[in-house]
Design a protein around this ligand. Structure first.
Ligand code: GRG
Length: 308
């Protein structure tokens, strides 16, 4: 991992953190009545202090590759929106009824730091805030672009995307009794939904904000698909190779939950080879932008090689 990439991601994370903090204060916005202090605090716990900020980073990098005149500030509403939706999914995934985790980003999960009802509401609040941020005129001057961004995120995050993928994942654990364990195609599909869809949304929404042509939009969709797959393969590898301390969350959970993964099916070495192939494919997709796309190529390597 290049130090330059790590530094760029860390700089971006700081800017995003400030953008998120400013949008998650206790001051009611027009149309709101009161923002309850406990809920604001729980939402801030979920969103601030930690996280790689990968999805909003991808969104802003793709947008700025296509339109170098765009600033991080101008892209902040959409970047904050995708991070809010991601953080909501983590809060709900950690609940006792789902993965039942006490540690996230090296800190107590929201239902541990607060309580279960507050954690459910904090997740609901973040999910709703994501669409508030996209629909607000501050996100983009053109209402048609704002509506398209809302649809991108809704389709990626909902029934046929992340939420649907989570449902398939619970079924794959055998929770509902009569579901057969998925084979390789089923595992790939549920992972593309649960993890891949939001990463794809980041690159597609970035393309939209950067004014991508139809062909460029397809290219960045494919780039997002590859990164999504690489991200999940790396996650499965980390589950068997990393420590709780490195990850800031529990590890070795897949086997404990009887979860089928591509690592379990093909082994660590085959998955590492596949990750190298995916990084090469992702890099090839950036060829039209030459050296200017180096940060996005480095992001692909980061996703595949990450240790956290
Ligand atoms: C509960 C609706 C709902 C969805 C849950 C997020 C999710 C879907 C499940 C989390 C379980 C999991 C380990 C998924 C694998 C990929 C993933 C989303 C990992 C966490 O994302 P990172 O590594 O987290 O980007 P940070 O903390 O860096 O933001």
């Amino acid at each position: 991992m290049t130090a330059a990439f790590e530094a760029a991601l860390a700089d971006f994370a700081r800017a995003l953190e400030a953008g998120l903090a400013a949008r998650l204060d206790a001051v009611p916005r027009p149309g709101e009545i009161v923002r309850p202090a406990r809920l604001v605090a729980a939402m801030r716990h979920a969103v601030l202090a930690g996280g790689k900020r990968l999805r909003p980073f991808l969104l802003t990098e793709v947008a700025r590759l296509l339109d170098p005149g765009l600033t991080i500030d101008a892209l902040m509403p959409a970047a904050a929106a995708i991070e809010c939706l991601h953080c909501y999914s983590l809060v709900h995934d950690d609940l006792p009824a789902m993965d039942d985790d006490a540690l996230r980003r090296g800190r107590p999960t929201v239902h541990i730091a607060y309580d279960e009802a507050t954690a459910i509401l904090a997740g609901d609040g973040l999910l709703t805030l994501a669409f508030d941020l996209l629909a607000d005129p501050a996100c983009h001057a053109d209402p048609a672009v704002r509506a398209a961004l809302v649809l991108d995120l809704a389709r990626a995050g909902g029934l046929g995307g992340m939420v649907g993928g989570q449902m398939l994942d619970l079924a794959a654990e055998g929770r509902f009794g009569d579901d057969a364990a998925p084979g390789e195609a089923g595992i790939r599909e549920l992972q593309a939904m649960k993890t891949g869809a939001l990463i794809r949304a980041a690159t597609v929404m970035g393309g939209r904000l950067g004014g991508a042509s139809a062909a460029e939009s397809v290219r960045f969709g494919r780039f997002g698909d590859i990164l999504g797959l690489a991200f999940q393969l790396a996650d499965d590898l980390l589950d068997v190779t990393a420590t709780e301390r490195e990850m800031g969350k529990a590890v070795a959970k897949d086997a404990a939950h009887g979860k089928g993964t591509l690592v379990a099916l093909h082994g660590v070495d085959a998955v590492r080879t596949e990750l190298d192939r995916l990084v090469a494919e992702a890099t090839d997709l950036l060829a039209p932008w030459g050296e200017r796309s180096e940060t996005l190529a480095a992001a692909a390597r980061f996703v595949a090689e990450r240790r956290r």
